[in-house]
Design a binder for this molecule. Structure first.
Ligand SMILES: NC(=O)c1ccc[n+]([C@@H]2O[C@H](COP(=O)([O-])OP(=O)(O)OC[C@H]3O[C@@H](n4cnc5c(N)ncnc54)[C@H](O)[C@@H]3O)[C@@H](O)[C@H]2O)c1
Length: 401
C-alpha cells in the first residue's frame, strides 16, 4: 500500500469540524457512487465531520491506482484486509458483491470501525443474522452500522415518510411496489449477479430488497406474513466472462420474483421485481393507499411525489403532482441548488453520506437511517418470500429468524 499522505491536524473542540477518515471496499458501480458521495458531501452540506478519503481497496489492482487518483482517494490497496490495520480509519464503506459483506463487515467491526454496507445486507439470512449480532455487540462499544438503502434519501420519499408520520393520511391499507429493470436479457453476459453462491438471489435480493425496505420504512411497521410468491429463472445460461474455460455458465438465481404480504397492522402489500421487464429501465415504484389518501412515487420521475388526499374538490379530485425541490420544505434540498433545479440518482447517496456523518457526530439525520438491525428485518422478509416460492405456501415471519 502507498504511504498515507501527512494527516491534517484534527481538532476535537466543539464547533470545529473534525476530520473523519474513511476507507472504501470496491471500485466499480457502487465504488463510483460512494466515492462521488464522499467527495461531494462536505462541499454541499455543513457538517460536524469532514470525510477524508483515506484508502480504497479492490481486487482489480491494475485499475485501482487510476480510480484512486480520479476520485481523490489518498491510498489504494489490493488487499482489503489491510484496512483493518489502519488505526486512523474510522468508517469502512463496503461496496463489494453480496457474498463478501459478512466477512468484510465482521472483520471491520472487530477492528473497531463503524461500517456502512451496501444492500442487500448479505447473500443469505444466516449471514445477515451473524452481521446483525456483530453489530449489536459493536453498538455496545459505540460503533455504528449503516446500510445503503439510498432510495430512502430521495427528497420525495423523505416527504412521503414525513406525511405518513404526521398521521393525516390515517392507517395504511395497501402497499403496491415494483422494481422493474430490463437489462437482464440473454445477451447480458455472466457476472456475480447471476450466481447464487455470490449474490444469494437475483432480481429478488437486488431489487425487492429496496422496495421491501421502502415499504417497511414508509408504513412504519413490520411485515407479518408472506402469503405467496412466485420466482422464475427464464435465462438458464449466459456467455461466460473472457478467460473462463467453458463458453457458457449456468444461472441459478431468479430473473423475476413476485410476492404478496401483510403488515402487522393489517395492510396488504404486493412486491414485484424483474430484470426482464422490457421498457422499464429503473422503475422503482411504490404506491401507498391509506384511510384518507394515497401517495405514489416512481424513481424514473424521482423529483415528484403524487398525493391524493381526497379533499373533496369534486370533479377535480385526484392525484396532485408535488415537485419535491423546494428548499426548506423538502428534506436535503436546501443543501443543493436554488429551488426547482432537479436532483438525480447521485444525490441520494450524497444525502445519505451527510446523514451518516451527522449521526456519527451525535446529531440527528434528516430522517432515520437503516442500520444492520433494520436491514436484517428486510432480509427476513426476502428469505420468507424465497421459502414461500419454494414451498408454494404462506410463510409467517415469526418462523423466519
Ligand atoms: N444501493 C444501490 O442502489 C445499489 C446499486 C447497485 C449495486 N448495489 C450493491 O452494491 C454491491 C456492489 O455492487 P456493484 O454493482 O458495485 O458491483 P460491481 O461488480 O460493479 O463491483 C464490485 C466491486 O467489488 C470488487 N470485488 C469483487 N470481489 C472482490 C474481492 N474478493 N475482494 C475485494 N474486492 C472485490 C470488485 O473489484 C469491484 O470493484 C452489491 O452488494 C450490490 O447489491 C447497490
Amino acid at each position: 500500500m502507498k504511504k498515507p499522505a501527512a494527516k491534517r491536524p484534527t481538532s476535537s473542540s466543539p464547533g470545529k469540524v473534525r476530520e473523519f477518515p474513511i476507507a472504501l471496499l470496491g471500485q466499480k458501480f457502487m465504488g463510483k457512487a460512494h466515492s462521488n458521495a464522499w467527495s461531494q458531501v462536505a462541499r454541499f452540506f455543513d457538517l460536524p465531520l469532514e470525510p477524508v478519503m483515506h484508502t480504497v481497496a479492490a481486487r482489480d489492482a491494475a485499475e485501482l491506482t487510476a480510480f484512486a487518483r480520479r476520485w481523490g482517494w489518498r491510498n489504494a490497496c489490493a488487499d482489503w484486509r489491510q484496512i483493518a490495520q489502519l488505526d486512523e480509519v474510522r468508517l469502512v464503506d463496503i461496496g463489494t458483491p453480496n457474498h463478501l459483506h459478512k466477512e468484510q463487515a465482521l472483520c471491520m467491526l472487530q477492528a473497531g470501525k463503524h461500517v456502512a454496507c451496501e444492500k442487500p445486507l448479505a447473500a443469505t439470512l444466516d449471514e445477515a443474522r451473524v452481521m446483525h449480532e456483530a453489530a449489536l455487540a459493536a453498538r455496545r462499544k459505540g460503533q455504528q452500522t449503516f446500510v445503503w438503502f439510498n432510495y430512502r434519501r430521495v427528497p420525495a420519499i423523505g416527504l412521503a415518510w414525513r406525511l405518513l408520520r404526521e398521521g393525516k393520511l390515517g392507517r395504511v391499507r395497501h402497499v403496491r411496489a415494483h422494481y422493474l429493470q430490463e437489462w437482464g436479457g440473454p445477451q447480458t453476459p455472466m457476472s456475480w449477479r447471476f450466481e447464487k453462491k455470490l449474490a444469494g438471489s437475483g432480481a429478488h435480493g437486488d431489487l425487492n430488497a429496496h422496495i421491501v425496505d421502502l415499504a417497511r420504512f414508509l408504513v412504519g411497521e413490520e411485515i407479518e406474513c408472506v402469503h405467496g410468491a412466485v420466482a422464475r429463472t427464464f435465462i438458464q445460461s449466459r456467455a461466460a466472462p473472457a478467460g473462463t474455460k467453458s463458453a457458457r455458465k449456468r444461472c441459478d438465481v431468479d430473473d423475476s420474483l413476485l410476492f404478496c404480504a401483510s403488515f402487522e397492522g393489517g395492510a396488504t402489500a404486493s412486491f414485484e421485481a424483474s430484470r426482464l421487464a422490457i421498457g422499464h429501465q429503473n422503475d422503482n415504484s411504490i404506491e401507498i393507499n391509506a384511510e384518507h389518501g394515497s401517495l405514489r412515487f416512481g424513481f424514473e420521475d424521482m423529483n415528484l411525489l403524487w398525493l391524493a388526499d381526497g379533499d373533496g374538490r369534486g370533479k377535480t379530485d385526484g392525484f396532485r403532482r408535488i415537485m419535491c425541490t423546494t428548499a426548506g420544505q423538502h428534506p436535503w434540498v436546501e443543501a443543493w441548488w436554488p429551488s426547482a433545479h432537479l436532483l438525480g440518482y447521485e444525490h441520494g447517496f450524497v444525502n445519505m453520506a451527510a446523514d451518516m456523518l451527522r449521526q456519527l457526530a451525535g446529531k440527528k439525520p434528516e430522517i432515520p437511517l437503516p442500520d444492520f438491525e433494520d436491514a436484517y428485518q428486510t432480509q427476513r422478509v426476502l428469505e420468507a418470500a424465497l421459502q414461500s416460492a419454494r414451498k408454494g405456501a404462506s410463510v409467517r415471519l415469526d418462523q423466519v429468524r
